[in-house]
Structure formats: structure tokens, C-alpha cells
Design a binder for this molecule. Structure first.
Ligand code: ACO
Length: 374
């Protein structure tokens, strides 16, 4: 039976502390007008001493599970996409796994910079579709404020902290993740990097003195690259899904710079109101920006079940990618003895329960689906 990877839950978490452009004017030689004009950013959230990449990820993950009927203990896999992990190892995903009590889950981090959430979602969806797992949490979480040099105005103004998470469940009916594109061009690695702190350039007094443990970026070149790939990856993923640009309700782009999103809209000949944009309030939260934008668009009623969406992003690596999806209803109504009913327990949960108690899934589904509605 063909399996499909549906997005059935989502959640976000951002720190309370707000850092405005006016606040930044007091720290570094910049001004609100320049930042707003060149990036579209007014303010960003900054982690408090107690916020960490794992704590924000944990909050977002719990919110994604909330109301879905899926317990943390039923999750099979947790992927945390991040470029500000808590440690080189252990993985931030393992910390989240422990904090939410996902006792049956495998967990790992995925590093593809700001494209990480799309790559992670695609990997989890492939695992669900293959039938090897039923339920996955995909999380993008960052505390990039800890990796930014607030004396460097070219990067200090851009980044913010936050997390967003999707719950993915296997279903037997079409929908969910439809197609995806994952790309990399490592020859552009030096355009955006944190040079020190890894095995190539271990941290020394010298590397710290020279600020090599902070983000270094060639903004102009990254900008040029981003405007090149955003529209093409979107077009590619729509075509692969067998759709046309007109079939897409909303594009949810990585929030790096408003001008980059505007260029993508022009390239796709789409009005800007078909893009979710919230960079004004959060800046660039890297792997978290797409799921945060999704959550806000859902809360504002801009996304509805049945919508076809494209998620698209780019980042260090260089990496870029896109993913087309249809947001379907959590549970699809079933015909039972000529009457309409709903599945009271999802098939993914049945499969998971079936695996655990060693009974045949088919008989479990038969019993549940033939139960009359309450
Ligand atoms: N405030 C005031 N002036 C500034 C600032 C600032 N914060 N930063 C730069 N300037 C000045 C420069 O010194 C320069 O002055 P000059 O002309 O006298 O030399 C002038 O403004 C123009 O600088 P540019 O770098 O050409 O400015 P640009 O229009 O390219 O904007 C920016 C810079 C915002 C960084 C843009 O290039 C950009 O957004 N690039 C993409 C970055 C990005 O998306 N990075 C994240 C990737 S995702 C990930 O993987 C983490």
C-alpha cells in the first residue's frame, strides 16, 4: 500500500526579548532606515540566558504534538535542523528527545544551514513514505545571536532566534509532501561560514581574538546567489509535483531579506501577497524561519486544509532547496456501512500499536473502521 507523509501538527517558540533596530543603533554603527530599506527587518527575538537551541526546539515540538493525539512516546524519529547546535556533540535532537520523553525515537541533527528545515522535512517524509517509520518530528531551531559578532554591522542586524516544528505522520491517502529539490554548491562555502571551532580550525586564543568563532559573510555574493536559486527551485518543485505555479496557494520562503523574496516573486511572476513574509518581526531565524512563517500564516487564516504550498530556502554550504506539499485534513472521513464516520484512531497510531503488541494491522484497522460513529 502506498504511504504518504502528511503534516499533521505544527508549533513555534520564540524568545520574549525583542531587539529593535533602534536598540542596534546603540550597539553598532547602523540605523533603522538602512536596515529596513536593505532587509525589511524592524526587530528580532534574542535568546535569554535560559533559552537554548534545545529549549526552544522542545517548546516548538510540544506545541506541534499538542492536540494531535500523538504522544511523544509514539514518535519514531526526531530531526533537528540547526546551525547553532548546543554542542558539536551530542546532537541537539537527542536533548530534545529526552526532554519531551520520546522514548522510542531515533534522533539526529541535520546541518544544511538555513536550508536545513527543507532538507530535514524531505528526509523524514522519505522515511515515512518508505514505511520504515510512521511518525516524525522535524524541528528548525536556532540561537544564532550567540554566534553573531555585534560589532559587525553586516551580520548583527540580520539574525534572530526561534524555533518551529512539524509533526509528520504516515497515511494511506494522497497528500502531504509531494515533491522536493535538494541542492548544494560547496565551492561557495567561504561566502558564509563560521571558520573556527570545528576540527579544521580548533578554537584557540588566537581564533577568538580574531573573531573567527562568529558568522562571517559576503553579503553581496550571498544575495546574488539567493536571488538566482529561489525562483528556479520553486519552479522545479512545482513541476515535479505535476502542478502549475497557479495551483500554489502560498509560497513560504526562508526569511533572509525582503528584497530576496521580492526578487523571487518577480522571477515567478507571482504577486507578493502569495508569499508569507514575517521577516519584519523576526529577522533571519535560519532553519526556524519557514516553520515559524507557516505557523503564523495558519493562525492568521492564510493557510487552510487542501492548500498546495511551496517551502523554499537557501543558505550556507551553499545549499538551497524547495518542497511542495498539500495540507490535508488530519483524519479523512471514512464510509462505514453507508454512513459517514471518522477514524477515531489514526492508521499511523494503529500501526505503531500493532507493532508493539504484535497483532496484525489489518485486523486492527478493520475493527476500528467498522465501529459506528458516536
Ligand atoms: N548599517 C549601515 N550601513 C551598512 C550596514 C549597516 N548594518 N551594513 C553595511 N552597510 C554599508 C556598507 O558598508 C556599504 O557602504 P559603502 O557603500 O560606503 O561601502 C553599504 O552599506 C552597502 O553595503 P552592501 O553590503 O553592498 O549592502 P547590501 O545592499 O548588499 O545589503 C545585506 C547587505 C543586507 C547583508 C545583503 O547583502 C543581504 O541580505 N545579503 C544576503 C545575506 C543572507 O541572506 N544571509 C543569510 C543566508 S542564510 C544562512 O545560511 C545563515
Amino acid at each position: 500500500m502506498t504511504r504518504y507523509a502528511h503534516i499533521t501538527g505544527w508549533g513555534m517558540a520564540v524568545p520574549e526579548r525583542v531587539l529593535t533596530n533602534q536598540d542596534l543603533e546603540k550597539i553598532v554603527n547602523t540605523n533603522d532606515g538602512w536596515i529596513l530599506d536593505r532587509t525589511g527587518i524592524r526587530e528580532r527575538r534574542i535568546a535569554s540566558k535560559t533559552d537554548t537551541t534545545a529549549s526552544l526546539a522542545t517548546q516548538a515540538a510540544l506545541r506541534a504534538l499538542h492536540g494531535t493525539g500523538v504522544a511523544a512516546s509514539e514518535v519514531d524519529l526526531i530531526i533537528v535542523a540547526t546551525c547553532s547546535p548546543e554542542h558539536l556533540f551530542p546532537a541537539t535532537a537527542s536533548i530534545v528527545q529526552d526532554q519531551i520523553g520520546a522514548s522510542q525515537a531515533g534522533a539526529f541533527d541535520l546541518l544544511a544551514a538555513c536550508t536545513g528545515f527543507i532538507f530535514a522535512l524531505n528526509m523524514a517524509a522519505q522515511a515515512v513514505r518508505s514505511g520504515s517509520i510512521d511518525t516524525a518530528l522535524v524541528i528548525g531551531s536556532e540561537t544564532l545571536s550567540r554566534l553573531v559578532n555585534y560589532q559587525d554591522r553586516s551580520t548583527a542586524i540580520l539574525f534572530g532566534d526561534g524555533a518551529g516544528a512539524f509533526l509528520i505522520e504516515g497515511r494511506d491517502w494522497p497528500g502531504g509532501v509531494l515533491s522536493s529539490v535538494m541542492r548544494s554548491d560547496g565551492s561557495g562555502g567561504e561566502l558564509l561560514s563560521i571558520p573556527a571551532g570545528g576540527s579544521y580550525m580548533p578554537t584557540t586564543l588566537e581564533t577568538v581574538r580574531e573573531n573567527m568563532h562568529y558568522i562571517q559573510m559576503n553579503g553581496r555574493e550571498v544575495f546574488r546567489f539567493a536571488t538566482r536559486v529561489m525562483a528556479s527551485a520553486t519552479r522545479e518543485v512545482i513541476e515535479e509535483a505535476g502542478m502549475r505555479v497557479e495551483d500554489i496557494s502560498l509560497v513560504i520562503p526562508h526569511q533572509a531579506n525582503l528584497r530576496i523574496i521580492e526578487a523571487a516573486a518577480r522571477g515567478l511572476k507571482l504577486p507578493l501577497d502569495r508569499f508569507v513574509i514575517n521577516i519584519e518581526r523576526y529577522g533571519n531565524t535560519s532553519t526556524a524561519s519557514i516553520p515559524i512563517a507557516f505557523c503564523e500564516a495558519w493562525d492568521q487564516g492564510r493557510i487552510r486544509t487542501g492548500d498546495n504550498l511551496v517551502l523554499v530556502g537557501f543558505g550556507a554550504g551553499l545549499t538551497w532547496g524547495a518542497l511542495a506539499m498539500t495540507l490535508t485534513e488530519r483524519e479523512r472521513p471514512l464510509k462505514v456501512d453507508g454512513r459517514r464516520s471518522t477514524l477515531l484512531v489514526s492508521r499511523a497510531r494503529l500501526r505503531s500499536i500493532g507493532r508493539r503488541i504484535g497483532r496484525r494491522l489489518d485486523s486492527l484497522i478493520f475493527r476500528t473502521s467498522s465501529r459506528p460513529p458516536d
